[in-house]
Design a protein around this ligand. Structure first.
Ligand code: FAD
Length: 518
């Protein structure tokens, strides 16, 4: 017999061996010897009260063994001679599209502008140390996409868009810890992601798929509204009649190419702001109501904040406990910041994007003449302002948090995890009012919600500009582009995902749609 129950375990109990079977036996009024196994289905931490509680959902196996096989089986077939589907971009959307093609018996041919994960590392070092951005290989472009050197948080609000569990099981199949199947806030970590991505590459190649690195798609050859071929690196042409476009939200050249070819695009609302960084200890003390260091059983504390300010949401985005702020620019002449963390989340800083919701119909009047690309241009301009304010390198403009709210240039800055370095800059006057004034109000309210958060021991770093796509590539119900037959806009770049998991789910859906329409 299997019984599913919920258990509450406090910090002292959590230290005890076999605490779960002891409590389960008590709750089910059975003898401990009848319990053959316990499987943790879900684990979360409730730190709202001073007494911190671990909430468990467990399956108790009573006189019964845990089955060895998972409910999810990934059966890949040899597709080397099968019909082809072309996939542009090898981020989460492209990877999962390719895997799904193989499962369904079709051959994925992937074109990726960047390099393999290991080679990509050299280019990341160049950004951090030499302030040089390789426009095809950086924190956003390359094997695994923006998801590789990311935080690897696997939360998603897109539960209705697909089978989240299937995405997690596939990550586990390719080497992720099965802890992600259990944690309420699963996280992989930037140090573990590259190996998983290499394993996914191996599966695709082993079963007959193709992956072409350093192959940037530079044109689409379209006749009678039907895709015929794609051009690679401005030279080679490859015949293709079913193309999944999974190039992510930073592939500005793709939006510009589509716009130039007068292929339908739409401007889309998005959010922009800054990244704030606190010492992790401050966040731990607020969230766990402790003084000094957090208990060793507790992970680096996270937070999630949201506040309406003048009819716009101001909210925390991609919060990285124990993490680093990273330079996520995709071209020289711009500053973009984002965050990541290692699996153990053991760095001494906590960072998070704090962004303001922008309304595409109201906020970009000056850019109206640019049509679908108006939000993109606004984004570009702000990244350029940050570049100049930072001193024309990857050094980022920054300010102490309270100084930002008080409208005062910081005479010095706190230590920071951002490797290329910081330069004190008046972000309060550099950010457009629509963003800056809301952020200033938002931060003071956040300080009231989390006592100790509003402190000059925190820096804000500009700019957090790539939260989601400023452009939508429209598609029909069958997921094909509204005008171009055989083109499937996919993932975050199409405007259909926001994060690793939702991009992966959209990749699978696009593969299924492309195959169904062949
Ligand atoms: P992408 O991952 O952007 O992949 C697009 C791929 O297309 C890239 O590899 C790119 O090189 C390639 N490409 C672009 N143009 C071309 C072209 N013309 N020809 C060929 N190839 C091309 N999300 C989370 O859910 N959790 C997190 O913790 C998290 N942390 C992040 C941290 C950082 C530093 C960054 C940058 C992002 C983070 N994200 C996180 C966001 C997440 O990575 C993205 O939402 C996700 O990767 C989007 O997947 P995608 O496949 O749609 O696009």
């Amino acid at each position: 017999m299997i019984k599913e129950i919920q258990l509450r375990v406090n910090l002292i109990e959590e230290r005890k061996e076999n605490i779960l079977s002891y409590k389960a036996a008590k709750q089910l009024s059975i003898d401990k010897s009848e319990i053959t196994a316990i499987k943790v289905l879900r684990k979360s931490i409730d730190a709202r009260k001073k007494d911190i509680i671990f909430n468990y959902k467990i399956a108790v196996y009573i006189n019964e063994q845990i089955p060895e096989k998972s409910d999810y089986v990934f059966e890949y077939k040899d597709v080397s001679k099968a019909k082809e589907i072309h996939i542009i971009g090898f981020g989460p959307a492209g990877m999962y599209a390719a895997l799904r093609c193989i499962e369904l018996g079709y051959k994925p041919i992937v074109l990726e502008r960047g390099k393999k994960v290991k080679e990509r590392r050299r280019d990341l070092r160049a950004i951090n140390q030499e302030h040089f951005v390789n426009e095809d290989s950086n924190y956003c472009f390359g094997e695994g996409g923006a998801g590789t050197y990311s935080d690897g948080k696997l939360y998603t609000r897109s539960l209705k868009r697909g089978d989240v569990r299937r995405i997690f099981e596939n990550l586990v199949f390719h080497g992720a810890t099965d802890q992600i199947l259990v944690d309420a806030h699963p996280h992989i970590g930037t140090n573990k992601l590259p190996k998983i991505i290499e394993n996914i590459r191996e599966t695709i190649l082993k079963f007959g798929g193709e992956i072409h690195f350093e192959s940037r798609v530079t044109n689409f050859i379209i006749k009678k509204n039907k895709i015929q071929a794609i051009e690679i690196n401005d030279q080679q042409e490859m015949t293709a009649n079913s193309v999944i476009l999974a190039t992510g939200h930073s592939a500005r050249d793709i939006y510009e190419l589509l716009d130039k070819k007068e292929i339908a695009l739409k401007a889309k609302s998005f959010a922009m702001g800054v990244r704030v960084e606190h010492p992790q200890e401050i966040i731990d003390q607020i969230q766990y109501s402790c003084t000094g260091a957090r208990d060793e059983l507790l992970p680096a504390a996270a937070y999630s904040l949201v506040q309406q300010v003048n009819n716009r949401g101001v909210y925390s985005f991609c919060m990285c406990p124990g993490g680093f702020i990273v330079p996520a620019a995709t071209a020289n002449g711009e500053i973009v910041v984002n965050g990541m963390s290692p699996s153990r989340r053991n760095n001494k800083f906590a960072n998070s994007g704090i962004v303001v919701e922008l309304d595409i119909d109201k906020d970009f009047k000056k850019y109206e003449h640019l049509g679908a690309l108006k939000g993109l241009q606004f984004q570009k301009d702000l990244e350029k302002i940050a570049f100049y304010a930072g001193g024309r390198s990857q050094t980022a403009p920054a300010q102490r948090l309270v100084d930002f709210v008080d409208g005062k240039l910081s005479t010095d800055l706190n230590d920071c995890s951002y490797q290329p370095g910081l330069k004190s800059a008046p972000l309060h006057s550099l950010l457009p009012k629509i963003i800056g004034s809301r952020l200033r109000k938002g931060f003071t309210v956040f300080g009231q919600k989390m006592h100790g958060y509003y402190t000059n021991e925190a820096n804000i770093v500009g700019v957090e500009s790539r939260t989601s796509s400023p452009v939508n590539i429209p598609r029909k119900e069958n997921l094909e582009h509204t005008e171009i037959i055989g083109l499937y806009p996919c993932g975050e770049g199409g405007g259909y995902a926001g994060g690793i998991v939702s991009a992966a789910m959209d990749g699978e859906r696009c593969a299924e749609a492309a195959i169904a329409n062949l």
